[in-house]
Design a protein around this ligand. Structure first.
Ligand code: UDP
Ligand code: MG
Length: 318
């Protein structure tokens, strides 16, 4: 019998987690030829998510959990979950049922047909504001152009992968993880399927616009040095234009004397170039910051409790 591990990052999901497990179980029982296991990762939730996990693990023996010492972010939670997988196929999915389990049969069919990965992309973005939609479109276009990562528009983390692909994903052990990029970067045959997105029923989204912006920047800078090259090219272009301009001004001054006060030129030199310099330093800083964080080689997450190794890791009742 083939095995499937479901990796589910959870942050403050006390409202929806049980519902998620019950709904997913309905799909699981309809697929008796596969053996499913949950790997729930509690990403430092501030609510009762962990207690709920423990309760669910007592109730269902195919539920494993890992609980972090604090909030490390969804990327870290996914990595931790993937590290603990052993199954033939591995699914990464959210705990809020926005990644519907009812497409497991479709995913499994793709895998049995020889794909290494069956990933999802969203079809409709009804629930999304115009601004957010335009922003994500711009991001997708930019990152596909600038990086080795080629994802279709609306690509999501929700996917099923073979053991081999998961092992490759785990080999990229960088601290600053951008999973959508990593999944694409490792290659393999991916089948894209789409489904109609639904709004979150229980609990609230953990994303703010500011974190989306950071996500977009990381998506590009984690996989490409094109922004650095862009600043270098920009610098070179401005340098040559300035050279020509200086030459012209010099000739003018020598042959016709000083004619105009050069108000616009001064403004340009101070404001425009100042802004450009700041921006270039910012881009540099973005990369230096990334190097700095990577050189520390800190662990991606820290486990506090888990029921993987019951004997030494389990919570000590005191
Ligand atoms: N999540 C997490 N750590 C975080 C934020 C989110 O593990 O710091 C989990 C969350 O519990 C959910 C998934 O990541 O299972 C997606 O989060 P959310 O639904 O808030 O994001 P959205 O669906 O709005 O993109
Ligand atoms: Mg969600």
């Amino acid at each position: 019998m083939k095995t499937v591990d479901l990796v589910v990052p959870c942050y403050n999901e006390e409202e929806g987690l049980e519902h998620f497990v019950l709904e997913t179980n309905k799909v699981i029982v309809s697929l008796p030829e596969y053996s499913f296991r949950y790997i729930l990762v509690n990403d430092g939730s501030k609510d009762r998510t962990y207690l709920l996990m423990k309760k669910l693990a007592k109730q269902f023996d195919n539920i494993k959990y890992i609980s972090f010492s604090r909030n490390f972010g969804k990327e870290a939670a996914m990595y931790a979950g993937l590290q603990h997988t052993t199954a033939d196929y591995v699914v990464v999915m959210d705990a809020d049922l926005q990644h519907p389990p009812h497409i497991f049969p479709q995913m499994l069919e793709a895998m049995e047909n020889g794909y290494d990965c069956c990933a999802t992309k969203r079809d409709e973005r009804e629930g999304e504001s115009f601004f957010r939609g335009a922003f994500s479109k711009l991001f997708f276009r930019l990152s596909n152009k600038l990086t080795d990562v080629k994802n279709p528009y609306g690509a999501m983390d929700y996917r099923m992968m073979t053991r081999q692909m998961v092992d490759s994903v785990l080999e990229l052990s960088e601290v600053q993880r951008f999973s959508k990029g990593i999944f694409s970067w490792v290659g393999f045959n991916t089948k894209w399927i789409s489904f109609k997105t639904v709004d979150r029923e229980l609990g609230t989204t953990k994303w703010k616009f500011s974190s989306l912006f950071k996500y977009a920047i990381d998506g590009i800078t984690c996989f490409s040095v094109a922004p650095l090259r862009f600043t270098a090219v920009m610098g070179a272009v401005i340098f040559f234009i300035s050279l020509i301009y200086i030459l012209i001004t010099l000739i003018q001054t020598i042959f016709f004397g000083i004619t105009t006060p050069g108000y616009v030129t001064t403004l340009f030199a101070v404001l425009f170039l100042g802004g450009l310099t700041e921006m270039s330093i910012g881009i540099l800083g973005e990369y230096i910051g990334k190097i700095y964080m990577e050189t520390k080689e800190r662990p991606i997450y820290i486990t506090k409790f888990s029921n993987f190794a019951e004997e030494n890791n389990e919570e000590k009742e005191s």
